[in-house]
Each structure stands twice: as structure tokens, then as C-alpha cells.
Design a protein around this ligand. Structure first.
Ligand SMILES: [Zn+2]
Ligand SMILES: [Zn+2]
Length: 211
């Protein structure tokens, strides 16, 4: 089955995050997604959310920049090198994906800084700066490394959830099958940058009416 999953979402457990877990099922349905990964900063999330495929996840602040860990990887200390962090994620059976590489504002990791094998690269991050250039460079790196592309909205507010997402061809919606599918490279990025504030407000009003 082909699953559409926004693999990069922050909740109120992240600084500046305003997404409440209770809002997620309605938003996911509105946006036509099948699932999400909650990837709060240095805080592992593995709760079940009603009616939503939820991949356990974390966004780790490594020494070089941000790295997404998906799967049952548990808490991971920030401040380790990216290579050490990738090794930890793999030893716990998870997959490691570079978050917003080449981002100039948020210090995205460049693939050349990583020696360990990555499982994917977030080529579409809806908040990336500058968007087109980071996407272009990340796509080139994914081809060079032979690893799949990922899309994540990096939402800190409900309105932008699903602006980018990842299509994953998986046997089922279980975490094991999804992680397995990612390891085999059965994933690709879709979506684009988050819109202007006025567009976001319109979407927000719409969500407000339905909640
Ligand atoms: Zn980040
Ligand atoms: Zn993030």
C-alpha cells in the first residue's frame, strides 16, 4: 500500500510548537494524509494517535545539525556527532534521515559531513531556506548517495501540516513494515514550501471551523 506520511511535525513539546496532539486526526483527514511522525527536538515520541498511522520519531540536535530518527529508537542525547547519532539510531533498529540539509538559517547538515550510511535525505522541507536551492542540492545528493528522498512539513503550527510529505510503499501501516520499506528505498518526497501568512490564515480558519 502507498502511504502518505508527513515525517516531520513538532508539537507543543517543542519550543514555539503550537500543534496539539488532539488536533492531528482532523487535520490528517483534511489534508488527505495517512500518517505522521512527531519529531520534537531531542524528545522521542511514540504514542498512538487515534486513526492515524504514527511512526515513532525524534529530531536530534547533533553537533553538526539536525537529524531525524524514525522507528522505535527511544531518547537520544543531543550534542553527539552526526555519525555517532546515526550509529545509535541504526543499533536501535531505526532509520536516520538528514533534516533540512543545506539550510542556511537552521544550520542544516551537509551530506559530506556524514560518513555513516544515511537512510534518506529530506529534499523537501516546507520551511527550508532558501527553498529552491536547498531542494536542488539535496536532490543531487540523494542521487549521488543512492538514498531515497523525504518530504516533511517541519510544522510548528497546525495549518502547515502536510505541506510536504513522503510517499512510502509499505506492506502495512506498522512501524516495522514502514521502517523496512524505507531501508529498501521505497520512499519519495512530495509537496512544497509552506505558503504566505495570508494563505495560512485561510487554512487556519478552515481547520478552526472543522474542529
Ligand atoms: Zn530542524
Ligand atoms: Zn524540525
Amino acid at each position: 500500500m502507498l502511504l502518505k506520511i508527513d515525517i516531520h511535525i513538532h508539537t507543543t513539546n517543542s519550543p514555539d510548537g503550537s500543534v496539539e496532539i488532539e488536533q492531528i486526526p482532523t487535520i490528517i483527514k483534511m489534508k488527505g494524509l495517512d500518517g505522521i511522525a512527531i519529531t520534537d527536538h531531542d524528545r522521542f515520541f511514540n504514542e498512538e494517535i487515534n486513526g492515524v498511522i504514527t511512526i515513532p520519531g525524534i529530531e536530534v540536535s547533533t553537533k553538526e545539525g539536525h537529524l531525524l530518527g524514525l522507528g522505535d529508537v527511544g531518547c537520544i542525547s543531543p550534542g553527539l556527532s552526526v555519525d555517532e547519532t546515526v550509529r545509535t539510531i541504526h543499533s536501535r533498529g531505526g532509520v536516520a534521515i538528514l533534516a533540512h540539509p543545506y539550510d542556511v538559517v537552521r544550520g542544516g547538515i551537509r551530506p559530506s559531513q556524514v560518513t555513516e550510511r544515511l537512510d534518506g535525505i529530506e529534499t523537501i522541507n516546507s520551511k527550508a531556506h532558501p527553498y529552491s536551492l536547498t531542494k536542488y542540492l539535496a536532490e543531487k545528493a540523494s542521487k549521488r548517495l543512492g538514498i531515497p528522498t523525504f518530504g516533511g512539513s517541519d510544522s510548528h503550527i497546525p495549518e502547515t501540516i502536510g505541506d510536504a510529505y513522503t510517499c512510502i510503499e509499505s506492506r502495512s501501516g506498522s512501524t516495522d513494515d514502514i521502517v523496512h520499506a524505507i531501508r529498501r528505498g521505497n520512499a519519495y518526497a512530495r509537496g512544497g514550501p509552506s505558503g504566505s501568512i495570508s494563505q495560512l490564515k485561510r487554512v487556519g480558519a478552515n481547520i478552526g471551523r472543522r474542529l
